[in-house]
Design a protein around this ligand. Structure first.
Ligand SMILES: Cc1cc2nc3c(=O)[nH]c(=O)nc-3n(C[C@H](O)[C@H](O)[C@H](O)COP(=O)(O)O)c2cc1C
Length: 379
């Protein structure tokens, strides 16, 4: 595979203005656009296709779907599966109390297709080590490949209950949750976390060591402070610090929006794998494009947009399907120069038929596609 091929294959994509090009460069952050990044593309493609051992299991590829609440649902994952190319998929987060007590799957996000279980990791959030351990047992009994613990979510609804990133303020309790799960299950155990509540890489390094000592098999690290949802640049250099501090695999995450970003993150940090979130929503074929040389054709944007409606309807009731689609549309809109039109058409649709009509109407005149999904849409 030749350098740059992966980018250029999408040759129907028009280069249009993207605000990312005007962003101020952060010294801790690598931006695409210099020669080194292009050189790294072939290398990163090889790296992404090298198996990675996690918790005694061999993962065939090192490109993963990051956990995405309401977006990384069973229907969206079925869409991803039609393309393939990923190593693991992380589920949307599920509440440990609901999972442990056998609560309703649609509410908790604790849903799956049997065909995906071998490469699907269930993400749990919660503050009680025993409840988290019971939930993890249920996850493993259901047949998931592994369990992921959420110490990254900083939304108020989660942090208010002392879950997600809030637990980074209490390192002893956070590590206690990991060791309780470790004692309860032998399946691969992942931890996803952020820098912390202060911009201090040493705190992240310290947390990483605690998680590894508590029995985590791999870490996914998103180098942003907790109050920052996604407005500032993630500090990729911190991923390198975390990677150097532990002996278990570290998966880098945050603002990878094209293959060059991916190459630069890996080159800068030495991370063992990369998890992509918003880009995967905007372009569900990204995994296949990067790791398998899949070539998207001009009709892919329309097809994916329509296919997801059918898949959501297969797994959810119509009202839930529409709500999930609204969320998806916010990110998918980032593909188009006039993405707000896609977004507003979709949001006006109140029934499945109206949704299908709205999506079909948007694609009647081929929309102008931006080279990199629009950052302002992807927050
Ligand atoms: C809509 C949305 C929902 C998210 N939900 C979760 C979640 O459930 N659990 C989690 O650990 N992180 C969650 N995240 C954070 C992502 O996993 C990821 O860390 C973040 O989006 C940065 O990666 P990206 O730049 O590739 O999108 C969410 C992010 C977004 C945008």
């Amino acid at each position: 595979m030749k350098t740059g091929e992966l980018e250029l294959r999408d040759d129907f994509v028009k280069q249009t203005y993207s605000p990312i090009h005007e962003m101020k460069q952060n010294t801790d952050m690598c931006r695409p656009g210099d020669g080194a990044a292009d050189e790294g593309v072939e290398e990163v493609v090889r790296m992404l296709n090298r198996p990675l051992r996690i918790g005694g299991r061999s993962i065939p590829k090192r490109l993963f779907l990051a956990p995405l609440s309401k977006l990384g649902n069973v229907a969206f994952r079925e869409l991803l599966a039609t393309f393939g190319g990923f190593g693991l998929l992380f589920s949307e987060m599920s509440g440990s109390r609901s999972v442990a007590s056998g609560g309703g799957p649609a509410y908790s996000g604790f849903m799956w297709r049997p065909a995906e279980l071998s490469h699907l990791v269930c993400q749990l959030y919660g503050d009680d080590p025993e409840v988290m351990a019971r939930a993890a047992v249920r996850v493993v009994e259901a047949g998931f490949m592994g369990v992921d613990v959420n110490f990254g979510c900083s939304v108020a609804a989660v942090c208010r209950h002392n879950c997600g990133a809030a637990l980074l303020k209490d390192p002893v309790r956070a590590a206690g949750i990991v060791s309780a799960i470790r004692r309860a299950v032998s399946a691969p155990l992942f931890v996803k976390f952020r820098t912390g509540w202060k911009d201090d890489p040493e705190a992240a390094v310290e947390m990483a060591r605690r998680f590894a000592d508590a029995g985590a098999d791999a870490l996914t690290f998103h180098p942003r402070v907790a109050p920052d949802r996604r407005t500032r640049q993630p500090k990729w250099a911190y991923i390198g610090r975390v990677k150097s501090a532990v002996d278990i695999p570290v998966i880098g995450n945050g603002n990878v929006f094209d293959i060059k970003d991916c190459a630069r993150m890996v080159a800068l940090t030495g991370c063992d794998g990369v998890a992509i979130g918003r880009l995967a929503v905007a372009r569900p074929w990204t995994f296949a494009q990067w790791t398998n040389g899949f070539q998207p054709d001009v009709g892919i944007y329309r097809r994916c947009a329509l296919d997801l409606i059918d898949l959501l309807l297969k797994h959810f009731d119509p009202q839930t399907a529409i709500r999930r689609y609204y969320r998806f549309a916010a990110y998918y809109a980032g593909n188009f120069k006039f993405g707000h039109m896609f977004h507003s058409r979709v949001h006006r649709a109140k029934s499945i038929d109206a949704l299908r009509d709205a999506v079909a109407a948007f694609f009647e005149a081929p929309p102008e596609i931006v080279a990199r999904p629009n950052m302002t849409m992807l927050r």
